[in-house]
Design a protein around this ligand. Structure first.
Ligand code: F6R
Length: 254
């Protein structure tokens, strides 16, 4: 695993955006696995900037988002499909037909999960999967416990996650949908490359658990250590506890 620690969140976002841009630039048909949340907003802003100011071209890119709330239509302002439109898709030239987000209002949610897995496979698998990390240690919405071989499925969201994500729902955790569709840990581990990004002191304890703690289905982010090509980008604050506890070599960036 390659762990990069930057002096500032801005440097972490910039390094992550450059890694994504590199995959888009150097593959004839890039397949990106995308995430949502506060961390990703600034990475997407940088990608939009690169699209506007340089030769970054998404015309042949296919994307698969990690997750979606159950019960929210793609047009719902709180849906992840809408988030992606607002933060990335509306501003770059990725064709709509190449965008995939699980459908949280599908009549048969289990069937939707199977369809999603099949669509990823048909696209040749995910080249680069972008990940954040939640307070519960989730990647995607793989709440504790999530089997390391789990696939795309319906999950119940942890109360901690509903509180973490309540900002978009009037700061009322009970207004955050209780269920979501998420790629499984096993689905995520099949991506050819993983890129996890975390910034801020609020993430320091869970980052330490993910990188230093025992491999554990109660902290699904520990699974990334099983992947042969995984990069973790942290700012100094998110790395602070891990650094103190770790004997690992750190690649520092300034
Ligand atoms: C959302 C997702 C989640 C978030 C995580 C961190 O698509 O996959 O795992 O990445 O909850 O969210 P922020 O960045 O808001 O702290």
């Amino acid at each position: 695993m390659n762990i990069i620690v930057t002096d500032s969140p801005e440097q972490a976002f910039s390094k992550a955006a450059d890694m994504i841009a590199c995959v888009v630039l150097h593959n004839p048909h890039p397949v990106l696995g995308l995430a949502t949340g506060r961390t990703m907003e600034r990475i997407y802003r940088l990608l939009v900037k690169q699209y506007e100011t340089s030769a970054l071209d998404f015309a042949t890119t296919t994307s698969f988002n990690l997750d979606e709330y159950v019960g929210l239509a793609p047009t719902d302002p709180n849906s992840y499909r809408h988030y992606m439109q607002e933060h990335l898709f509306a501003h770059v030239n990725i064709p709509t037909s190449q965008i995939h987000v699980p459908n949280g209002i599908a009549a048969d949610l289990d069937l939707e999960c199977d369809r999603y897995e099949a669509t990823i496979e048909k696209a040749g698998g995910i080249g680069l999967q972008l990940l954040g990390i939640g307070e519960t240690g989730h990647i995607g919405f793989n709440e504790p416990p999530s089997a390391f071989n789990s696939r795309t499925r319906v999950v119940h969201l942890d109360d901690i996650t509903r509180r973490q994500n309540s900002g978009m729902f009037g700061n009322d955790p009970t207004c955050v949908p209780a269920h979501a569709l998420t790629m499984g840990v096993g689905t995520i581990l099949e991506a050819r490359k993983l890129l996890l990004v975390a910034v801020g002191t609020g993430k320091a304890a869970i980052v330490d658990k993910a990188l230093n703690g025992p491999l554990n289905e109660n902290v699904s982010a520990t699974a990334i250590r099983l992947h042969p090509d995984c990069t973790v980008i942290l700012d100094d604050a998110a790395a602070s506890i891990w650094k103190n506890n770790s004997s690992n070599t750190i690649n520092s960036m300034s």
